[in-house]
Design a protein around this ligand. Structure first.
Ligand SMILES: C[S@@+](CC[C@H](N)C(=O)[O-])C[C@H]1O[C@@H](n2cnc3c(N)ncnc32)[C@H](O)[C@@H]1O
Length: 304
């Protein structure tokens, strides 16, 4: 069998067996098989990255390896944890069990934050950004990579996530402009170096109701860290803290920008308004018209 015959034969087989998840739309039968094929050939690449490459010829040993990788995938191991790569905003990042696999939907937050960072940097020059709940470091790294005027300070409560972020910082050669620390929310930034000196705080927090987490697809709950999803009884435990604690760290016109779950937008906008800590509160919706990103600009002191 030549390589295109092998590819279409496996591809036909996968049509009946592969369970694709809605929140990883970049993973199709074709991109999954291509990514696994390339991994078997010793070329680690994400599903998205694989679509730009052609498949090489495989040796007998590599074909055996490919079948083992396919078995892993059919047994519910997430693709990104097999290839050890995930693409986020055009950047190939390391991905493994230490942190959540960055989702395509989070690129809406990433793009909105990047645009905002460019707007602030245009008038200010260099700017400081905190990426809290950084996971694999995807948001902070994408912003620093695409905007050379940003210095990023990332943090996560999970030491394993911090280590993965560090590996990704090294991968992208961003050591000069990104630091990462382990700690609970903004606690690691409780110093004069950060008080009122941060232009933008970005966050993709855990926001799923505890009661819903166990009902999520088992491919997710049995592989990705539950800490990354569980937002407490109402799903807003972390978001509430963030809204009240962020202003202390923000410059006089600094912004808090974060992702919310589908259906949480209105309520969380009201939480920001009721806090009386922010002057401008905006939301950004996805293609289906659902608000998924909230931006809140710190309230200027009344005497300025
Ligand atoms: C939804 S994931 C986001 C990861 C990454 N930023 C992304 O967009 O893929 C939430 C992250 O928050 C972290 N986390 C949960 N509770 C936290 C807390 N109290 N303080 C800091 N990080 C926390 C988790 O470890 C996880 O990495």
């Amino acid at each position: 069998m030549n390589k295109s015959e092998l590819f279409s034969s496996i591809s036909n087989d996968l049509k009946n067996k592969l369970h694709l998840l809605e929140d990883k739309p970049e993973e199709t039968i074709e991109s999954t098989l291509k990514a696994l094929w390339l991994a078997a050939a010793g070329i680690p690449v994400s599903a998205e990255g694989s679509t730009k490459l052609s498949i090489p010829d495989l040796t007998e040993k590599q074909i055996e390896n490919l079948h083992q990788l396919i078995e892993l995938r059919l047994n519910n191991t997430p693709l990104a944890y097999i290839t050890n790569r995930q693409n986020f905003m055009g950047i190939e990042l390391y991905s493994d069990k230490r942190a959540l696999i960055p989702r395509k939907e989070t690129e809406l937050l990433g793009r909105t934050a990047l645009e905002l960072s460019k707007r602030i940097a245009k008038s200010k020059g260099k700017i400081n950004v905190i990426d809290v709940c950084c996971g694999s470091g995807n948001l902070g790294i994408a912003i620093a990579h695409h905007n050379k005027d940003c210095n990023v300070y990332a943090s996560d409560i999970s030491q394993e996530a911090v280590e993965l972020t560090r590996d990704n910082i090294n991968l992208l050669n961003l050591n000069q402009r990104i630091q990462v620390k382990q700690g609970n929310l903004l606690s690691v930034f409780e110093t004069d170096e950060f008080y009122e000196k941060t232009d933008m705080i970005i966050c993709n927090p855990p926001y799923i109701l505890s009661s819903k987490v166990q009902k999520m697809d088992s491919e997710i709950t049995s592989n990705e860290p539950v800490l990354a999803f569980d937002g407490g009884m109402l799903g807003i435990k972390i978001i509430q803290k963030l809204i009240s604690e962020a202003p202390k760290f923000l410059t006089s016109e600094g912004w808090l920008i974060f992702e919310v779950g589908a259906g949480q937008g209105n309520f969380i906008t009201q939480l920001c308004e009721r806090s009386r800590l922010y002057q401008a509160i905006e939301s950004v919706s996805d293609d289906s018209g659902t608000a998924r990103v909230i931006l809140a600009q710190k309230l200027r002191p009344s005497n300025s």
